[in-house]
Design a binder for this molecule. Structure first.
Ligand SMILES: CC1(C)O[C@H]2[C@@H](O1)[C@@]1(COC(C)(C)O1)O[C@@H]2CNc1nc2cc3nc(N)[nH]c(=O)c3cc2[nH]1
Length: 373
């Protein structure tokens, strides 16, 4: 298994900053990966995504295998050529999306049979098929093992059964992945909210050996405090020399607190999804631009961010676009939100490099809590 070199340039407490070097470019960590579910970061051109500072974007096996079809993407040159994204891409393996999107599904040791939420067609996703789709057909730089995202609120016994299935599916994912020159495979830690299961999952993933380690089974309704608790007793068991990726997270405060606990990579639909509905993010939390208070506010969203959407448009204009149902509304707010998340990770990287992360974290929490008041 060829691992992507991961250089840690500085640490500050449990926080780290560094570079994950891939054949399609470097990923500066802590890194936020914009979600590009259907081969697009919704409402943005890929050039804009790049200019926000994003080094890597995420794609989804589930969505692309259903539409346009993984073999079709391959025939069209793979996901990078198809989407025109030239940097590294990470793809999720599909299990989580089956659970969150597909109604009719049947789980077995072999894999998961499900019906498409688009046209009801029947599909069968196994660890082997997931790796074939991610690494061979889409051409992801980083593939994720197929796992089962253990639902929040299950019993310890249920969490163990689920975690052990993910361990076995990880081993089959790795066997199917084999040894590749310029692609990586990440394992996914499960174990729900149980410390012993999380530790055992981490230890058994390390025995299998992966290029990076994701923390799954979070951002599934457990809440902020419980997520932080799970990170407290999970990240210390992960290899310090490999990247740690917290899947599906999250709000700005989640990123800051997870970086403080040693997480390096993140992805979340929040910036683009909430942007389409009028939410603009900042260190103080979200504002909803449709509110009447912004109707004549001619200040920009955030002049400190080097992004036209954050700097060159007034809140009043954005308010007008949303009130008028103009397409440009979703485009500008998604663009600003992605730029804000990249601005946040850039500030965290700088703070860790300067040995000032705790001061950054304290100042951020002050602004965040003030904004929530
Ligand atoms: C279903 C949908 C679109 O995905 C987002 C978003 O809604 C929503 C709903 O509420 C919020 C929390 C805001 O985020 O939850 C999703 C983000 N949380 C999340 N994504 C994950 C992806 C995962 N992938 C794998 N392979 N394994 C996992 O264990 C896993 C866990 C995850 N947790």
């Amino acid at each position: 298994m060829t691992t992507f070199p991961y250089e840690i340039h500085a640490t500050d407490g449990a926080a780290r900053t560094g570079v994950l070097k891939t054949s399609r470019g470097d990923i500066r960590t802590p890194a936020f990966m914009p979600v590009g579910t259907a081969a697009t970061v919704k409402a943005l051109y890929m050039d804009q995504v790049r200019e926000t500072g994003a080094d890597i974007i995420l794609g989804n096996t589930y969505h692309l295998m259903l539409r346009p079809g993984a073999e079709r993407v391959k025939r069209l040159g793979g996901l990078h050529k198809f989407s025109t994204w030239k940097g590294p891409m990470l793809t999720d393996s599909g299990g989580f999306q089956v659970w969150s999107l597909s109604k009719l599904r049947k789980m077995t040791e072999e894999g998961v049979k499900f019906r498409s939420h688009i046209d009801g067609s029947e599909h069968n996703l196994t660890p082997e098929r997931s790796i074939e789709i991610q690494a061979d057909l889409l051409g992801a730089d980083i593939s994720m093992q197929l796992d089962e995202c253990t639902p929040f609120g299950c019993s310890e016994a249920e969490a163990r059964t689920s975690m052990e299935l993910s361990i076995r599916w990880g081993q089959r994912s790795k066997a199917a992945f084999g040894t590749r020159d310029s692609q990586a495979l990440f394992g996914i830690v499960q174990g729900s909210v149980f410390e012993n299961l999380r530790r055992e999952s981490a230890e058994r993933l390390i025995e299998t050996g992966y290029d990076g380690y994701a923390i799954g089974g979070l951002a599934v309704g457990e809440g902020f405090e419980k997520m932080c608790d799970v990170l407290d007793f999970t990240t210390p068991h992960l290899p310090s020399e490999r990247p740690r990726y917290l899947m599906g997270v999250g709000k700005p405060i989640d990123l800051v607190e997870a970086v403080a606990r040693g997480v390096d990579m993140f992805d979340c639909v929040l910036p683009t999804r909430s942007g389409r509905h009028g939410q603009a993010w900042s260190d103080h939390g979200p504002i909803n631009i449709k509110r009447a208070e912004f109707a004549e506010d001619d200040s920009p969203l955030n002049p400190e961010i080097d992004c036209p959407a954050s700097r060159d448009y007034s809140k009043a204009y954005l308010h007008h676009l949303f009130r008028s149902g103009e397409y440009l509304s979703a485009m500008l707010l998604s663009w600003h939100n992605i730029a804000y998340f990249q601005h946040l990770t850039a500030r965290m990287r700088a703070a860790i490099a300067a040995g000032e992360f705790e001061a950054f974290r304290r100042e951020f929490r002050g602004k965040w809590e003030q904004g929530q008041a």
